[in-house]
Design a binder for this molecule. Structure first.
Ligand code: BG6
Length: 471
């Protein structure tokens, strides 16, 4: 191994990240209600279906609900310092608006966090990850209704209080900016004919900002030792050319993402947003006290996902050369290779993103998702030789190392989907991210047996050497 200076601080949180709805399965166990994820024919699509025959693969997941002990033992073998998961809102409040929480649901997460603690794995918990009770969509139209803030606050307070001795790291909403790109997934929004969609999306986002501030307030009251962060899908954007128009287009596109962290980290709507609202006929309701609340209860750290970068241009012809992207399309970058799903692989962009976020906010950063979705092949001898995944992760970690050397305060890294799970954008299992293979196909068939891939040993060594040995 080439000599590499120690870069990652002691206590760096190496681990993996998942979302309840993408792996737990057991969608009606112990009183769980239906969520938007259970009925969405494809993770990011709407309208949803309520016909149970159209339930997608989410409702089966990989049966983590019943197998979490076995899976956590494997994570412990990997050496995980932390494990990021979310709490399914519908296990705690099946319809979202009950007076009392569902004890069986609460107990499940007690057991899960206890098991993690048993293995010295620190839980990192997203309060809401891409799902909300379906009932709140039917009854209130999702996050466009202010009442949903109260339901979320109650849910958040319930779990913050219940798990205060077990969970130290929280995040309020997964990829909060996704409400603009996948409004059903991000905000439970379905639109009426002729509705001002942009206005509804920003209204929903505003309600989530207020809800997030309330969760931060609750967390600080309940356990001042805990850390509660925001979580954005990073979408760092390059100009296609040095044409100042392209440069400004890139800045504006970046702001579509950064506006979400700006509000949650700084506590107010920046001037550029106010101008955008004015020029796009966006005039959502801000209640008295909202702005004060948002200003007062800002987040402790910034969690973000990183999969790729984007390009902006004002050249219409170039815009048509779209490359598939994470929940949105962009322009193909000739300098980058793409994954099997067209996601452009850009390790250096991670260093740029880390530096940009740190320069902007000077708050601790946490990479809570990163990884390669790929088709894996089980060889005749049963092995899975996923060198492409190792290469992807190594290249990103090298850039993390650079960013830390640049002075960025990075507290952890959780690889997305350490065990294969259902894809968010495809609702299928063949897009695999794991170090651990799960025998289940897109139709939900398979033994559910877990198998270590080649990347398992590699990541184990990375963690054991605190990121010094990436070979
Ligand atoms: C992020 C989401 O956008 O990307 C995850 O927070 C998701 O829920 C991940 O699974 C990877 O996306 P996909 O579509 O490959 O599962």
């Amino acid at each position: 191994m080439a000599e590499v200076k120690k870069v990652f601080p002691d206590g760096f949180l190496w681990g993996g990240a998942v979302a309840a709805n993408q792996l737990e399965g057991a969608h009606q166990a112990d009183g769980k209600g239906l969520s938007t994820a259970d009925v969405s024919p494809n993770g990011i699509m709407y309208p949803a279906s309520e016909d149970p025959s159209e339930l997608n693969l989410y409702h089966k997941g990989i049966d983590f609900y019943h197998r979490y002990k076995e899976d956590l033992a494997l994570f412990a073998e990997l050496g995980f310092k932390c494990f990021r998961t979310s709490i399914a809102w519908t296990r705690i409040f099946p319809n979202g608006n009950e007076a009392e929480p569902n004890e069986a649901g609460l107990q499940f997460y007690d057991n899960l966090f206890d098991e993690m603690r048993k293995h010295n794995i620190e839980p990192v918990v997203t309060i809401s990850h891409y799902e909300m009770p379906l009932h709140l969509v039917k009854q209130y139209g999702g996050w466009r209704d202010r009442k949903v803030i109260d339901f979320y606050e109650k849910f958040a307070r319930t779990v913050l209080e219940r798990y205060k001795g077990k969970v130290k790291y929280w995040m309020t909403f997964n990829e909060i900016n996704v409400v603009l790109h996948a409004p059903f997934t991000g905000g439970g929004l379905q639109f009426e004919e002729g509705e001002n969609k942009l206005n509804s999306m920003y209204q929903a986002a505003h309600h989530q900002f207020v809800a997030s501030a309330l969760a931060v307030k609750a967390s600080h009251e309940i356990n001042p030792e805990a850390q509660i962060g925001c979580m954005i899908a990073s979408m760092t954007t390059y100009p296609l050319t040095p044409n100042p128009d392209d440069v400004f287009a890139a800045l504006e596109q970046d702001r579509k993402t950064l506006q979400f962290s700006d509000v949650q980290v700084r506590g107010f709507y920046p001037g550029y947003m106010k101008r955008y609202f004015k020029e796009h006929d966006i005039s959502f309701h801000i209640a008295e006290g909202d702005e004060e609340l948002m200003k007062k209860h800002t987040v402790d750290y910034i969690g973000f996902s990183y999969y790729m970068t984007f390009i902006a241009t004002t050249d219409e012809a170039k815009l048509k050369e779209a490359a598939e992207g994470n929940l949105m399309t962009g322009v193909r970058n000739p300098y980058l290779k793409a994954s099997d799903w067209g996601w452009q692989i850009d390790p250096k962009g991670l260093r740029t993103t880390l530096n940009t976020l740190y320069d902007r906010y000077q708050k601790p950063l946490f990479i809570v998702e990163n990884g390669l979705g790929a088709y894996d092949q089980v060889e005749e001898d049963g092995s899975i030789q996923d060198d492409y995944r190792i290469d992807y992760l190594r290249a990103h970690m090298e850039q993390m190392r650079e960013a830390v050397a640049d002075g960025v305060d990075l507290i952890g890294y959780t690889a997305w989907g350490p065990i294969d799970l259902v894809s968010a954008s495809k609702a299928e299992l063949s897009k695999r991210y794991g170090f651990i293979y799960v025998d289940r196909d897109n139709e939900g068939n398979g033994t559910l047996e877990r198998k270590k891939k080649k990347s398992f040993d590699w990541y184990q060594r990375v963690i054991a050497t605190n990121g010094q040995d990436l070979s």
